[in-house]
Design a protein around this ligand. Structure first.
Ligand SMILES: C[S@@+](CC[C@H](N)C(=O)[O-])C[C@H]1O[C@@H](n2cnc3c(N)ncnc32)[C@H](O)[C@@H]1O
Length: 248
C-alpha cells in the first residue's frame, strides 16, 4: 500500500507549520469547531487520534477529560512538534502509519481523525480497521477534505473570479474519476486521493458503522464578514466533510 510522507519534507513541513500557526487558519476557524461539536463526552474515555500531526487535537482531547490519548502519525517532524508543544502525562505520540493500524491491539472508546484520511489509498480497508479498533458502542468522529474539494487537478484556479478577485463559483472537474491526484501545492507532486461522497459513505456502511451525523463546512457569517478573502469560497463549496459513526 502506497504511503506518502510529505510532512517530513522540510519545505512542505515549514509551509504547513506556518499556515497552521496563523491566527486565522482553516483548521482552527473552520475544521476544529465543527469536529468539536460532533464529539461525544470524552470524560474518562480512551482516545486514538489518527494522523495527529502537531498534536493540537490530542491536547484538546486530554483537556476535555479523556483518560488517555494516543496520537499516531507517519511524520517524525509532526510528532516532534507535538511532543514539544502539545504534551500531557496522559498523551502518547507514536510513529505509525494508518495503513498499519492492525498492529494496535487494545481497543479504544473513541477514535478521531482530522484531515488525515485524504492520504489513505484504500478507504474501505481503513474503515474496517477502525471498526475493529473500537470497543462495542465506541465512536469514530473524523473530518477529511470534501470530495468536491479533491475533484481538482491543480491546473486551474479553484474558483472562477470577477475582475475584482471576488469568487463567483467553484470549479470542479472529473468528480466521478476516483483515485490518486498529484497536484502542485507547495511541492510539485502533492498526492491526495479523491473519491466520491457515495464511496466514502459506502465504506462506513460496509465496515458495519451506524452513521449518526454528517456535516459539511461553511464559514459562519461573522467569520465570513471578518475575513472574506480567506473564507469567501466556503459558500460555493465545502472544503471539509465530517462524520460521526458508531460501532454497534
Ligand atoms: C493535514 S495534516 C492534519 C494534522 C492534524 N490532524 C491537524 O488537524 O492539525 C495531515 C496529517 O496526516 C498525517 N499522515 C499522512 N499520511 C499518513 C499515514 N499514511 N498514516 C498516518 N498519518 C499520516 C500527516 O503526516 C499529517 O500530520
Amino acid at each position: 500500500m502506497a504511503k506518502q510522507n510529505i510532512y517530513d519534507n522540510e519545505t512542505f513541513f515549514e509551509d504547513f507549520r506556518e499556515k497552521r500557526s496563523r491566527e486565522v487558519n482553516f483548521n482552527d476557524c473552520l475544521e476544529t469547531p465543527i469536529l468539536t461539536a460532533m464529539l461525544p463526552d470524552l470524560t474518562g474515555k480512551t482516545v486514538l487520534d489518527v494522523g495527529c500531526g502537531m498534536g493540537q487535537h490530542a491536547k484538546q482531547y486530554a483537556d476535555l477529560g479523556a483518560s488517555s490519548v494516543t496520537g499516531i502519525d507517519i511524520s517524525e517532524k509532526m510528532l516532534e512538534h507535538a511532543r514539544t508543544h502539545f504534551s500531557a502525562p496522559n498523551i502518547t505520540y507514536r510513529k505509525l502509519a494508518m495503513e498499519d493500524l492492525g498492529t494496535l491491539h487494545e481497543p479504544f472508546d473513541v477514535i478521531t481523525s482530522s484531515l488525515a484520511f485524504d492520504y489513505a489509498e484504500d478507504f474501505t480497508a481503513l474503515m474496517a480497521d477502525l471498526y475493529g479498533l473500537l470497543k462495542p458502542g465506541g465512536t469514530l468522529v473524523y473530518s477529511m477534505s470534501h470530495p468536491m474539494a479533491t475533484a481538482w487537478d491543480g491546473a486551474y484556479d479553484r474558483y472562477t473570479r470577477a475582475e475584482t478577485g471576488e469568487r463567483l463559483y467553484a470549479n470542479v472537474r472529473n468528480y466521478a474519476k476516483e483515485g490518486l491526484r498529484k497536484v502542485k501545492w507547495v511541492v510539485e507532486d502533492y498526492e491526495v486521493y479523491h473519491r466520491t461522497f457515495a464511496t466514502i459513505v459506502n465504506a462506513m456502511i460496509s465496515a458495519g458503522f451506524l452513521i449518526e451525523e454528517c456535516r459539511e463546512s461553511c464559514a459562519l457569517e461573522e467569520l465570513l464578514a471578518a475575513h472574506p478573502d480567506v473564507f469567501g469560497g466556503t459558500v460555493h463549496r465545502p472544503d471539509f466533510v465530517f462524520f460521526r459513526c458508531r460501532r454497534l
